[in-house]
Ligand binder design. Sequence first.
Ligand code: SF4
Length: 427
Amino acid sequence: MTSYHIWTVGCQMNKADSERMGAGLEQLGLKWSQDPKNADVIVLNSCVVRQQAEDRVVGMLTSLKPWKQRFPEKTLALMGCMVGPKKDDLLKRYPYVDLFMQPQQFEPLIELVGDKVGVDPDGCVGPLVPGSPSVTTHVPIIHGCDKFCTFCIIPYRRGREISRPTNELVEECKMLVARGVKEVTLLGQNVDSYGHDFETPSDLGDLLEAIHDRVPELFRIRFLTSHPNDMSDKIINTVANLPRVMENINLPFQAGNDEVLTNMKRGYTNLQYRELIERVKKAIPNVALVTDLIVGFPGETEAQFEDSVQLIRDLRFDKVHVAMYSTRPNTFAQRKLVDDVPKEEKHRRLKVIEATQESILSEINASYLGSVEEILVDGHNKGRWQGRTRTDKLVFVDGENIELGDILNVRITKTSPWSFTGSQVRS
Ligand code: SF4
């Protein structure tokens, strides 16, 4: 047993979990295999947040059945949100899968592989921190979610909120910096809840300060995803005051109509959301705002949908993640509400949001033309270097002697709704 492959679908949290799973397998001596079918261990890290994601996982599981039958000695594991506390149904549907692991449940595979390669993971496997992380990486800081929005399956799969200790996170950031990381994104399903479960409650603002002050070599700190009800003034002021915390906030509003928000059990109104955004913009004038929105929630009328469109027009986000409502098993919405907006209508509403947002983004991005932006170089694509501004805009850069991880000043020479082009400005 010498190689592994991890296939990941879903959110940044899943990607971070896969990196950690990989770190554990590498500590047992396994190497990454680009081709899954050549690997001795295949891990599918699954997502069920929408039907489409679940269908992809089912497709992968089905396509790997002949592989597993041909090589029974190899290991196939399913982890992530498709695996709930009860596994009977999965065991019946996929008897050829060796292991089913809930999100962040890395130990069963570490134990099994340790056994196969003859290494006792106790003492041999240290903290699950990626050995060769990219210059920008993700650090999960809080697991689970206590909010129980009526459409969301996450709390049923990832459990209640558990924050990781502050010191452990600071040490992990130091370790990542020593391995070449320049930017971390602190992750949580509801990242703003960080520390609320501690014996002496803490706040995400405290963690941002701790990492900012105790890991001075870390160039940039971001965080996502926030819940409007937990976005404290302390968090807002911390972003405003700490120079290495990026002015980029992801605050999902999910619906612009109060009745729909109540049916979603989001816990705020359109007006309260608008007031929060006003507070954020006042404290951080150059902030880039990102949001999430669902169209076609059960019972959403055309007029209620228009409230979402109006909110997008008024608040002018830098990015809108829009999704069509998709019924998820065991959620309140699945049990008590009727999925009555036709698929074609959901699709139409999605297109309206996308078109509205595209025209807003063209205007926002055009305002960057000629400005000089600080970017962190995080990749090389089709012969050009690329990086991100503090506000998370993608920039393709022309210039010489550029290296991965460089912080550059770049004059923006061309903009589109999706990316910029720029030239390096040397001082
Ligand atoms: S805040 Fe709501 S949408 Fe977000 S993970 Fe929790 S339950 Fe799901």
